[in-house]
Design a protein around this ligand. Structure first.
Ligand SMILES: [Zn+2]
Length: 391
């Protein structure tokens, strides 16, 4: 198989102990104790480990800061954690430089299926180690750049993964694309969740994640996976992505002539809001709009969601966007944002052999989350395939 970049696959460093200095080191110096992508076993008192992944994207630092505080609080590595942990520290080289990924590298959260890039070999090695450790749950920590609530993402609608997501936020996103993300691969091994922890560096996000991880280490398995008492969740399904044509120069608000496409100034505030049909998202200057929408099968579905009228870009149907961002680099490397639809989960009875013991719910969150919209449509859950893709 031809590899698309010229780099050697980065070696995976295996540690049987948390390296000294991890909890206090500045991220710019992380390379001095972790020479590259690292899988670290941290001892715990009992039980199967919990797997946690941080810094797949080098500039998403909340998971790193929360992990430092958490491990410092537990006195690791001198003292045992309540439960063992398998910690993956992903793109160290990018983290040291404060970027999502280095030029020429594959995106570390798009390498967990396939074999196109050298980094796929790294991913396969990591997955083999995770499978061997048989973790009780897998958690991948991320930030986003736009204005979004904290939310958990699942890739399978099964109760353990949903419980992990519910413990973090009342807002849950179910997605199957992009399927090359770590959490999709993880979900074939153990209950898995991706946590989107708001904007990188925000102290509220760090504290939220630290508390969440502490619960995951301290709670017995049967409580960890018991549905929390707050059943008022908002579940969204990601159905499409919005992409800009290659080489497009986007702008926001008052754009000058150099912008090919000019989005509304407050685009990011539309995230997780119900956006009615006919809403103007922006304008374009060329003859053809340099924007398209693709669905989960990579089919172009622009006309299903967008309408172009006199160089204006309008929504054709009501949509709930997420991860709309003004970060041009992210738009180029990933996408402008996602389109979601709202779903309602039925009250699932607990499985007969795994009854949830009585438990106090996690304290209600107090984030500045927008009031979520009325669902656009609520097809019965039985009509949904539980897994859209076989892993
Ligand atoms: Zn990320």
């Amino acid at each position: 198989m031809e590899h698309l970049n010229q780099y050697q696959p980065p070696d995976l460093r295996l540690f049987d102990r948390l390296p000294e200095g991890f909890t206090g080191i500045a991220i710019e110096k992380l390379g001095s104790i972790l020479p590259g992508p690292s899988l670290i076993r941290i001892e715990g008192e009992k039980g199967a480990p919990i797997f946690v992944s941080i810094l797949l994207h080098g500039n998403e630092t909340t998971g790193f800061s929360a992990m430092q505080q958490l491990l410092e609080g537990f006195g690791a590595p001198r003292r045992l954690l309540p439960r063992p942990m398998l910690l993956f520290v992903g793109n160290v080289a990018a983290a040291v430089r404060g970027v999502r990924k280095l030029d020429g590298q594959a995106d570390y959260n798009r390498i967990w299926q396939g074999e196109r890039y050298p980094e796929h070999l790294l991913a396969r090695h990591v997955l083999a180690e995770i499978a061997r450790a048989a973790p009780v749950a897998g958690i991948d920590l991320h930030n986003n750049t736009g204005k979004n609530p904290h939310y958990g993402c699942v890739n399978r609608l099964e109760h353990k993964s949903l419980s992990l997501a519910r413990r973090f936020s009342k807002t849950i996103v179910w997605f199957t694309e992009p399927h090359e993300v770590l959490a999709v691969a993880l979900s074939a091994i153990c209950p898995a969740v991706t946590l989107e922890c708001g904007v990188s560096g925000d102290a509220t996000g760090t504290e939220h994640v630290e508390n969440y991880l502490r619960h995951c280490l301290e709670l017995p398995e049967e409580i960890l996976f018991a549905p929390p008492a707050n059943h008022h969740n908002d579940l969204f399904h990601t159905t499409a992505r919005i992409l800009l044509s290659e080489g497009t120069r986007p702008g926001f608000g008052q754009c000058d002539d150099s912008a090919d496409i000019c989005f509304r100034e407050d685009l990011e505030t539309l995230n997780f809001e119900r956006v009615p049909e006919g809403t103007e998202l922006g304008r374009f200057s060329k003859e053809l709009p340099p924007i398209r929408v693709i669905d989960n099968m990579n089919e172009t579905v622009t006309d299903r969601y967008l309408l172009f009228s006199e160089n204006r870009i309008l929504t054709r149907v009501p949509v709930v966007p997420s991860m709309f961002t003004r970060d041009v680099k992210i738009i180029r490397q990933d996408c402008l944002g996602y389109i979601m639809e709202s779903y309602q989960l039925p009250e699932a009875p607990p499985p007969p052999d795994d009854p949830p013991p009585p438990e106090k719910p996690d304290p209600p969150e107090d984030h500045d989350e927008p009031e979520l919209p009325e669902p656009i449509e609520k097809p019965p859950i039985e009509a949904l395939p539980l897994v859209r893709r076989s892993f």
